[in-house]
Structure formats: structure tokens, C-alpha cells
Design a binder for this molecule. Structure first.
Ligand code: TXA
Ligand code: MG
Length: 320
């Protein structure tokens, strides 16, 4: 049985986490499947609950930069970025401190750790109350669309975790930007809630990880090509739509679709990001109900949050 907790029941969520149980909680990006990052058994249970095929490293969450930097080595550049973007939808990969309390499994045995300070008030309150680093991947079964509501979490993981702390829908709606600052060249490992342009304005040009290259060219182990997969096949850059297709619209919708989910009528990328994952879920359900044969996604511009939206759509469309 999975408990559904209200914000007032936050102390219960903290107590379960400290006891080594799994608790999903809201962040401004997506819901995370939380576990005590120092506890190997709890972290192993996260991999089992998600059905992750391999020990792909997890992000550790903290209430503030000071707590995060107790676990990793932060240079000037990292401090500058943290001061500018934390709390917020940004994850930093930094060298692990030799005295870090984070379990090796959390970091998949790597010499680096991914750390994040989320901005969601409930996540902030929970992390303060728990008082230990919380490892949390997105709270979905491996390969499925990330959850942006407590109901999405339960739909995928009911019975596989102790509790879900319900903080309503996530505002950003897609995962954090992952920035590798463990090397002299700052590298964007995963586009996400903080736009690349904003990071480059703060620290200069970024190198881009090649998420589509071979295994060796993929320094962020979680960037599997097929991911965020809805049940129906996804067709990208649609300029037309058939009656047996569901439409993921951006701007004025193409006519003739069997069902339509509007990301943003006005072409606002922030609104579109916040509606992406809920839309893929809804179109999947509608597609099944109406016996449609696929999802056609209208083009989204490749700037600002469009980078992260297109990244997730390409993964949703990749061969399974
Ligand atoms: O918005 C988010 O980031 C959400 C919320 C819950 O914080 N979390 C999330 O976690 O998306 P997850 O596990 O789905 O994605 C973490 C990504 C993966 O691509 C993983 O490979 C990468 O971060 N990562 C973690 N540690 C790393 C490390 N030491 N070096 C390189 N990449 C790392
Ligand atoms: Mg994920």
C-alpha cells in the first residue's frame, strides 16, 4: 500500500525517508522518487522500484548550496552558477569529496556526484526536515514519461513505494538541466528547465554532450535514446495530421486530428514545457480510447526551453 500524503503530513514523509523507505515528492521540474542517499539498501530499492536496467547514477537533493557543497568540490565557477540558479531546475555534476556521506550506489561508483537544490516550497521544507541528502530520479517506471502530478506517480509506481507527498502539478514540467562542471570545459549533459542561453550568459559557451552518439560518447549514462516513451508511436515535425492520429499542437493546431492536446496556443515555450508530459499521457489514453494509430507532434523552435522539449520528443519518437 502506498500512502498519499497531504502537505500537512510532511513530517510523516520525512520520517519514512529517514527510516530507509521510498517517498515520492514534488519538485518544480517533475516528481522525484526519494530515498536516503547515504543508505545503500534504500537506493537499491529505488532502482528496483523503477525497474532501471542498470545502475545509472542518481541526483542528490539538498535544501541549499551549503549542504550540497559539503558532498562535492565546488570551484569558483560552480559557486557562481549556484548563486545564480539555485534553488531551481539545475543539476551540477562535480567531483565527489573523499569524505562524502553519499553511498557509492547513488553515484553509480563514479568519481563525480550530481547535486541539486530544488525550488519547490514543499521539496525545500521536506529536505530541511529530513536533514539528509535525498537521492531522487524521476518517479516513473524506467522508460516511461516522467510524472508531473501525484496521480501520475501512483499510476506507474503504486505499491512499489511507501508514500507520495502530494504538492499538486509541477510548474516547470520537465527535468532539470544537467551541467557537468567536473572538467575545465563546462558541458551540457541534459537540456532541461534552465535554458542553455541563460547558462551561457552566466559562464560562457558550453560544450554539448552527444546524446545520440555511441555508448562511449554518452557521458551521462541516463541519456538513453529511447526514453519518455508513450504507448503510441510519435511522429516529429508534423506539417499535417491524419484523422487516425492524435495531435500534439504548438501554436494554431493543424486541422483534422482525431484528438488534440495544445502545448501552447500562443507559442509560449515555458507554458509548453509545463504541459508536455501531461500531454503525452493524455494523448496516449485518448489514442487508446479512440483507437488512434499514432501521435503527430508539431515543430517546436530549438531555443530556450524548446531545446529540452525537442530532446524529450526525440526520445519519445526513438525506436523502442
Ligand atoms: O528534474 C530532475 O532532475 C528530476 C528531479 C526529481 O530532481 N530528477 C531526474 O533524475 O530527472 P533522473 O535520475 O531521471 O536523471 C538524472 C540524470 C541522468 O541522466 C543521469 O545519468 C545523470 O543525471 N547523472 C547523475 N549523476 C551523474 C554523474 N555523476 N555524471 C553524469 N551524469 C549524471
Ligand atoms: Mg528520469
Amino acid at each position: 500500500m502506498t500512502e498519499l500524503l497531504t502537505p500537512e503530513q510532511l513530517p510523516r514523509a520525512a520520517e519514512l525517508l529517514r527510516a530507509g523507505e521510498l517517498v515520492a515528492f514534488p519538485t518544480e521540474t517533475v516528481y522525484g522518487l526519494g530515498a536516503d542517499a547515504r543508505n545503500a539498501r534504500a537506493v537499491a530499492a529505488v532502482f528496483a522500484a523503477k525497474g532501471r536496467p542498470s545502475f545509472n547514477p542518481l541526483i542528490s537533493h539538498f535544501p541549499d548550496a551549503e549542504a550540497a557543497f559539503a558532498e562535492v568540490v565546488a570551484d569558483e565557477r560552480a559557486r557562481h552558477v549556484a548563486a545564480r540558479f539555485w534553488p531551481g531546475p539545475l543539476t551540477l555534476v562535480l567531483p565527489r569529496r573523499p569524505d562524502s556521506r553519499i553511498d557509492a550506489l547513488t553515484g553509480a561508483g563514479l568519481p563525480t556526484l550530481a547535486v541539486r537544490v530544488p525550488a519547490h516550497p514543499l521539496a525545500q521544507a521536506l529536505l530541511r526536515e529530513v536533514g539528509v541528502p535525498v537521492a531522487a530520479p524521476s518517479a516513473n517506471r524506467s522508460g516511461q514519461v516522467s510524472p508531473t502530478t501525484a496521480a501520475h506517480v501512483l499510476a506507474g509506481l503504486e505499491g512499489r513505494l511507501a508514500a507520495v507527498l502530494d504538492g499538486g502539478p509541477c510548474t516547470v514540467g520537465l527535468e532539470s538541466t544537467v551541467l557537468d562542471l567536473s572538467t575545465p570545459v563546462a558541458t551540457l549533459l541534459r537540456p532541461g528547465g534552465v535554458p542553455r542561453e541563460a547558462l551561457e550568459a552566466a559562464i560562457g559557451p558550453l560544450a554539448l554532450a552527444d546524446a545520440t552518439g555511441g555508448e562511449a560518447a554518452r557521458p551521462s549514462p541516463g541519456m538513453l535514446l529511447s526514453h519518455y516513451a508513450p504507448g503510441l508511436p510519435v511522429r516529429l515535425e508534423a506539417r499535417d495530421v491524419a484523422a487516425d492520429e492524435a495531435l500534439l499542437a504548438f501554436g494554431p493546431p493543424l486541422p483534422g486530428a482525431g484528438a488534440v492536446w495544445q502545448l501552447s496556443e500562443s507559442g509560449d515555450l515555458v507554458e509548453a514545457a509545463s504541459r508536455l508530459f501531461a500531454g503525452l499521457r493524455w494523448l496516449d489514453a485518448e489514442g487508446e480510447r479512440l483507437a488512434l494509430n499514432g501521435i503527430a507532434a508539431m515543430p517546436v523552435p530549438e531555443h530556450g526551453l524548446g531545446l529540452a522539449i525537442n530532446d524529450r520528443l526525440r526520445r519519445a519518437a526513438a525506436p523502442r
